[in-house]
Ligand binder design. Structure first.
Ligand code: HEM
Length: 132
């Protein structure tokens, strides 16, 4: 590490700082930003929910009680597989910049798996077609 801050760990403080920074970037992203800015009225509440989500997923805290699939299904007309790739690329950049290397790769791997299952829930159809 040369002066950058790629040093945060897998704890509530590190995850909280990561989620804050990630959604600040999301909001400014020209493709993803408008979807989030239209959907989310209360950003502190959303960021709190997402911090709980990552704390549950990575630390087993059990704090997140929501249902991600219906939350995304509401916005299915605006979400595409290409946007998932963009989300994951921004997640990779942000975790690489902020987190310890092994923490960043664990977060990237987990996000990749969740993105895959969300996309199956959103786009997979029994006739085998995938909506692009
Ligand atoms: C193209 C990619 C994505 C887009 C555009 C997107 C968009 C959104 C939006 C608009 C909401 C707010 C829903 C609402 O309240 O109306 C939301 C919530 C959420 N997203 Fe995503 N999302 C994406 C990918 C992901 C991924 C990959 C994850 C997890 C790794 C994730 C986790 C969540 C969670 C946990 C919530 C809160 C759901 C709840 O209300 O309990 N999202 N997302």
């Amino acid at each position: 590490m040369t002066g950058s801050q790629a040093g945060l760990g897998m704890d509530d403080s590190g995850l909280g700082q990561l989620v804050d920074a990630f959604y600040a970037r999301i909001r400014q992203d020209e493709a993803l930003g408008p979807i989030f800015n239209d959907a989310v009225d209360d950003w502190p509440e959303h960021i709190g929910k997402l911090t709980d989500f990552w704390s549950s997923v990575m630390l087993g805290s059990g704090r997140y009680k929501g249902q991600p699939v219906p939350a995304h299904r509401k916005h299915r007309d605006r979400i595409s597989p290409a946007l998932f790739d963009r989300w994951l690329a921004l997640w990779a950049r942000t975790t690489d910049e902020m987190m310890l290397p092994e923490v960043a790769s664990a977060l990237q791997e987990k996000a990749g798996r969740i993105a895959e299952s969300l996309q199956l829930a959103l786009f997979f159809r029994l006739d085998g077609a995938v909506r692009s």
